[in-house]
Design a protein around this ligand. Structure first.
Ligand SMILES: Cc1cc2nc3c(=O)[nH]c(=O)nc-3n(C[C@H](O)[C@H](O)[C@H](O)COP(=O)(O)OP(=O)(O)OC[C@H]3O[C@@H](n4cnc5c(N)ncnc54)[C@H](O)[C@@H]3O)c2cc1C
Length: 305
């Protein structure tokens, strides 16, 4: 394994900001993960796991840790089931499935990051979440060194959450997905449509960590106001954090180089020279304004490392 010291982390994140890692390793095989944990123990450093770096904010001072980037690869097919290594880019999996004549993942096209990161956060878009097609996930318990296959029911998925998110000692190694037969051309067309839609909404190829806050559960009155305003039903009592932020006057709000997007207020952008401190300040401002206006406490979806 190629252990490196003082490695700049910004290039490994979609936000493109933050300082260096004391130590940095890429895990290309599951065995590398165990070795990395043993090494970190020897060095007296914590391990910070990174997938595609699309949902994280790295602090400006960097991380006094061994940063372990999961880059394990491999997708296998058995009938209409795919097994995919955690380090595979999600878009690669979606395209592979389409090419194999297997559908169901197309609405997830364009969500940046890895399959492992998507399982851990139950990534979703356009009404589909990865849990909808997941059969099981194999994970390594870094405290016991044991691997276990978690059936979908044990993954305890909910909105942008899973058992793995609540138990960070578990590293997702592999996902097993059950897909439906599909015409490859049609599946490909659906992928193109999803990507075009994401570009149209300005949530693609931007320097950001995606939605910064989770969509909160709100009072019935606030759900009604949302319905009146947007002619849309709230889902499971949740309204978009971006809508609350908009109404609290945060569209385009800026702290230094950190900007709440003009198109999608809940996406914070790095406008060129943002620092993690500025992102955190913008987040604090958003929380304060939304709480003052609606009495709602926003909770971060992005992981502040
Ligand atoms: C432009 C943009 C658009 C986005 N759009 C969407 C969207 O539409 N829907 C959506 O759900 N999300 C979206 N996101 C957020 C992000 O892409 C997802 O949360 C993604 O699934 C994160 O995966 P990752 O591999 O990049 O994780 P990272 O950002 O690298 O890590 C996030 C967390 O997961 C942990 N982690 C990573 N890999 C593993 C693993 N193998 N096992 C255990 N823990 C792990 C990390 O330790 C960290 O705590 C968007 C982000 C951006 C930048």
């Amino acid at each position: 394994m190629d252990l490196r010291a003082k490695v700049a982390l910004a290039p490994y994140t979609t936000f493109a900001l933050g300082g260096p890692a004391a130590l940095f390793l890429e895990a290309q095989a599951p065995g590398d993960i165990k070795e990395a944990y043993a090494l970190a123990k020897q060095k007296g450093l914590p391990v910070v796991v990174l997938g595609g770096g699309s949902n994280v904010v790295v602090p400006d001072e960097g991380l006094n840790a061994l940063v372990l980037r999961i880059t394990t690869q491999g997708i296998g097919r058995e009938g209409s089931t795919l097994r995919c290594a955690a380090g595979e880019p999600l878009l690669g999996l979606v395209k592979y499935a389409a090419g194999q004549g297997l559908g169901g993942l197309e609405p997830l096209a364009g969500i940046p990051g890895t399959v492992g990161g998507a399982v851990r956060g139950n990534a979703g878009a356009f009404g589909v979440e990865i849990k909808d097609v997941l059969v099981s996930a194999r994970a390594l318990d870094t405290e016991t060194g044991e691997e276990k296959v978690f059936a979908k029911s044990e993954c305890d998925f909910s909105y942008r959450s899973s058992f793995f998110k609540r138990h960070p000692q578990l590293i997702v190694l592999e996902a097993e997905l059950a897909l439906a037969p599909a015409d490859p051309m049609q599946a490909d067309a659906k992928i193109m449509h999803t990507l075009a839609e994401r570009h149209k909404r300005h949530i693609q190829d931007i320097r950001s960590a995606g939605s910064f806050f989770k969509n909160p559960v709100v009072s019935v009155d606030l759900q009604k106001l949302f319905k009146q305003d947007k002619s849309q039903e709230s889902k499971e009592g949740r309204v978009p954090a971006g809508w609350l932020m908009d109404r609290a006057g945060l569209r385009g709000a800026r702290v230094g180089g950190a900007v709440a997007s003009e198109y999608h207020t809940n996406y914070f952008l790095n406008a060129g020279d943002a620092t993690a401190a500025q992102v955190k300040e913008l987040a604090a401002l958003a929380k304060e304004k939304v709480f003052k206006e609606f009495g709602v406490t926003l909770e971060e979806e992005a992981v502040i490392l």
